[in-house]
Each structure stands twice: as C-alpha cells, then as structure tokens.
Design a protein around this ligand. Sequence first.
Ligand SMILES: Nc1ncnc2c1ncn2[C@@H]1O[C@H](COP(=O)(O)OP(=O)(O)OP(=O)(O)O)[C@@H](O)[C@H]1O
Length: 326
Amino acid sequence: MRVLSAENVTKSYGKHLALDNMSFELRKGEIHTILGTNGSGKTTFIKVLATLLTKDSGIVNIGGYDLDTDANIIRRLIGYVGQDTERSAYARLTVRENLIFFGRLTGLSKQEISNQIDKLSTYLDFSEHLNKQFMQLSGGQKQTVVIMRALLHDPEVIYLDEPTKGLDPVISRRVREFIKSYVRDEGKSIILTSHILTEVEDMTDRVSLMRKGTLLKTGTIAELKSNLGAVEFIDIPRADLPPSIQERITALPEVTSTIIREEEDTVSFGITNLYDGMGAVISELKEGNIHTTIQHRQLTLEDLFVQLYVKSDENLEYTLAGGREQ
Ligand SMILES: Nc1ncnc2c1ncn2[C@@H]1O[C@H](COP(=O)(O)OP(=O)(O)OP(=O)(O)O)[C@@H](O)[C@H]1O
C-alpha cells in the first residue's frame, strides 16, 4: 500500500533547478533509500516532503492528504531527522527537558511524552543519558537525541537525512538496528538518505536513484543489480597488472566492465559467468606470465552506483571509496 506519492515536483533556488519533475512513491512499512551524488537534490526533496521548503509545482500526497491544502495534518504524520544536529536542541537543557519542551510544542500531554521517552530510550539504549545536558553529549549521542525528538509524536512516515553521518561504527550500528526494529515493530515507513552504501545494502527494502533533481531508477537492490551486465567481479592488485594485460582482459568478451578501486588498489573486472569469466582472465594472466592473487566477489551496491553514475555523466565530481570506472 502506498503511503506517500510525489508527482512531477519541481523546486528552484533562484535560477538553479534543484528538483526537476521528481516523482517518487513510498510503500507502507518499507525502508526506502534515496541515493544520489552530492547535489543531486535529495535533501531538497526530503525538505519539501517535510513541509520545510515549498515546492514550485507538482503534487505530493502523504497518508491521503495533499501537501498544498493539508500541511498541518501532514506535519503530525511525519518526523524529520535532518543534518543540523547542533541546532536541534537547547544546549543547557538536559535531554529529558529538551524532549519535554519539544513534545509540549507539538501538543503532546506529559504522559504521552513520558511514555515515548521511555520507549525510544529503551530502543536506543539511551536511558542513562536522559539527565545530561545536551551540550555535554558526544556527536553521536546528540544525533540520537535528534532522532528521539523527531519521533516523539509517533509519526507514521519518517525522513532520515544521513542519520549516521559522522557517527562511529558502534553508534551507527545501534542507529541502524533501531531503524530496522522500529520499522518492523511499529509498522513505520521510512525515507532514508545515506552515502554509506554497505549500510544501505544492510537495511533497505527499495532504492531510488536520483540524478540532477530527477528520479533515475527505483527498485530493490536485487532488481537494480540485475539490470547491470556484471553480477560478479574478479579483483586483481593493480601493482601486478601491466596496462597492456589490463587492456587485453578488458577486451575479453567474458568481461563486461572494468573498475579501478582506488582504496583497495585493485582492478575489478565484471563478469556474468564465474567459470567462463574466471577461465578467460586466468588464461590472459598465464599468457602474460603474470603471477598474482585473484579474488572473486559478488556485485555490491557500490559497484552499481559507480557504474550508473560514472557511465551516465563523465563530469561527475564524485569519488566513491571504491573508485571510479574507467
Ligand atoms: N539554500 C540553497 N540555495 C541555493 N542553492 C541550493 C540551496 N540548497 C541547495 N542548493 C543547491 O541545490 C542542489 C541540490 O542540493 P541538495 O542539498 O538537495 O543535494 P543533496 O543531493 O542532498 O546533496 P548531498 O548529498 O551533498 O547532501 C545543489 O546544487 C545545491 O547546491
């Protein structure tokens, strides 16, 4: 069942068109990630859906209500976790005082607020910090408070704009586990943005890919991967591979793509069939008298992202940890 739909949404900042006929659908109970390079319009789109920015045109419906005519009702249905953590709470108030203050602002009773604080702090393992001043908390703990604040009124649809940005792996994992279990237990629907693709792969039901303010593709990760030729990769250390041999392997009919993975310092060859692909690559290595290690791995969301974005726009200034396609 559909809980949110956006049709042909446009938004400009002066002359700059940030959303260009963006259309999108969120199903009830799903975690839906919007992926895109820096500046592709993800935050702008989420802020429009959160009633924090006004769109220029298009139709948005959330929970059966129209954004143009029923914004006040919609505000009660949605929760927004943005990127401005520091300014989301009062520095000198304790966590509990902050949550009570913001809860009262949204019209909740003391009892409702207290129940929600108990529930959310248990989910997030945060009870021991409730009586600390906001300014005494670490960055990760502050982000946790921002999440609790956004969920106090128990919204049906939750927007999380890079919720684990800058958090250490332990807190990131806690936030991820919270999001997954909260959605499952409470039947919430989530729109998420993140640049951490392993995280997206771990928790997302569907992904929408945005580019230049518009929707490029939507699907499950498996569906998106199946659109791509390669399903597996053979990785070879760059240092072991002379350019001439790399070129010959790239030209093999069994090899569908070649990606340089800067961080791992490997060349990654995409193949559709493990046995044929591996056999062909090994033959070339033997012929070139190359002694090296080869590693086989499955296609990741990161490979998909690099292929889709770098292929579709040569000028993109986006470097993923995994590198850039040749
Ligand atoms: N307040 C603003 N005034 C002018 N231009 C803006 C403003 N906010 C965003 N933009 C521009 O609109 C475009 C979309 O920005 P937006 O922040 O929505 O992208 P994003 O996909 O969320 O990027 P990121 O991944 O870096 O967070 C960018 O080109 C950005 O420079």
